[in-house]
Structures are given as C-alpha cells and as structure tokens.
Design a protein around this ligand. Structure first.
Ligand code: ADP
Ligand code: MG
Length: 215
C-alpha cells in the first residue's frame, strides 16, 4: 500500500477543505490570544497551494511538498506562514525524488517537519504552540508503528494525539509568538496553531485510510 503523489495531492486538498471549514473557529481562537488572522491566513495559503498543484502533479512527492511550503511562505503572513512553510519544505527535502512512500517515510517526513518548526521558532513542548500538537502526534505514530499497527491506523492514532495535544494547550502559558505578550492572560485559551496542526494531521489520516481502499 504505497503512498503516491496522488495521495499527497489528495491530502493537501482535504487539508485545505478542513481548514476552510474551520476558518472562523481558528480565527476566533486567534482573536482570544492573538490578532484574529490565523484562520484567514491559513485558508488563503492552502487555497494558493491548491492552485499551484496542477503544475507539479506529475513531479515527485518531494517537489510537491517543497512547492507547498514555498507557496505557504509567500502567501501566509505572520508567524505561522514561515513555520508551516518551513515544515512542508523540510518534509519535501526528506522525500526528495520519491514517488512512493511507506510508513517509515511518512514518520521521517513528519519528524523533518517538526525539526524545521523547532529550528525556526525555537519552541519547546509546553509553550502553547503548534509543537504541542505535532510532537505528541509523532510520538503516537512511532509507538503505533513500533507496535506493528498498519500506517492508516497509526495515523488515526497520531491525529487523535494531535487533537488531544491541541486541547492540552488550554491551561498552558504562552511562551512564544504573539500570545506570549498576554502573559498569564493567555491561560485558558486553546492555541490556534496547535488546533490547525490537528486538522492537518486529521487530513493526513483521512487520506491514508483512503489509500488502503484504493490500493
Ligand atoms: P501571528 O501570531 O503572527 O498572527 P498566526 O496567527 O498565523 O500568526 O499563527 C499563530 C500561531 O503560530 C500560534 O497559535 C502558534 O501555534 C504558532 N506559533 C507562534 N510562534 C511560534 C513559535 N515560535 N514556534 C512554534 N509555533 C509558533
Ligand atoms: Mg495571528
């Protein structure tokens, strides 16, 4: 059941749809502890990615992901544009020239994405950022794969861990980005970037369950 470039483009279109559907929710979360632009930012960026996909649909998976990252950097403003952009570019670099992926490749690409976010934003776990959704998702993915679970199931476990991670940001004190300016007043609100990361991982899990069906 290899993952192909068709699965990757399908994942990006599902992610764009999910973010679009939750745009107002993400913006409301950012209104509470930021500047109310996260949903609109990401929705605009992923719409631009979808517009670019036909031009790279016959390329390797690494090229599709690098193009995605560069498009996000150039269309999504704020903190999350460079962070998500770096994440997709790093994942693309980890998968350069690849046309088919297995479970280990998916795990390595997510680890490269997290490394890129941390290299750029310097956030540790527990600082109320997207890292608090992505890092536990990767832990859950690795544990599920090590226990012998198939990739589609392991990604569902990872997506659930990302969702739990996003909810776990509510009691955290923001230490990075705009929300950190609020100090103690950031406590009690769910982080918008952790929430959007959970939606993107849900899109990945949905795509890979589909790949089981089409394989
Ligand atoms: P901005 O804060 O510039 O308006 P967005 O609203 O698009 O940017 O994104 C805010 C999100 O970016 C936060 O909810 C948080 O998850 C994430 N973020 C901000 N700074 C960092 C950082 N240094 N490392 C990781 N994620 C960060
Ligand atoms: Mg914002």
């Amino acid at each position: 059941m290899p993952i192909t470039v068709e699965h990757v483009t399908h994942f990006l279109s599902v992610a764009a749809k999910l973010i679009h559907a939750h745009r107002d929710e993400l913006t409301a979360l950012d209104a509470a502890i930021g500047d109310a632009d996260h949903g609109a930012n990401l929705d605009r960026g992923l719409a631009a990615v979808l517009a670019r996909l036909p031009a790279v649909a016959d390329k390797d998976i690494g090229t599709v992901l690098k193009t995605t990252g560069m498009t996000i950097v150039s269309t999504v403003g704020g903190a999350s544009g460079p962070l998500y952009g770096t994440a997709f570019v790093r994942a693309g670099m980890a998968l350069a020239d690849r046309h088919e992926l297995g479970a280990e490749d998916v795990a390595l690409a997510l680890e490269a994405a997290l490394d890129g976010i941390v290299a750029r934003g310097k956030a540790q776990r527990g600082e109320k950022t997207m890292v608090d959704a992505l890092a536990p998702a990767i832990d859950a993915l690795r544990a599920a794969l090590a226990a012998g679970q198939p990739l589609d199931h392991a990604l569902q476990v990872a997506a659930a861990a990302a969702q739990d991670g996003a909810l776990a940001t509510i009691p955290m004190l923001a230490m990075k980005g705009r929300a950190s300016y609020l100090g103690e007043r950031s406590i009690g609100h769910q982080d918008p970037g952790a929430t959007s990361t959970a939606y993107i991982l849900r899109a990945l899990a949905m795509t890979c369950s589909r790949s089981e069906e089409v394989a």
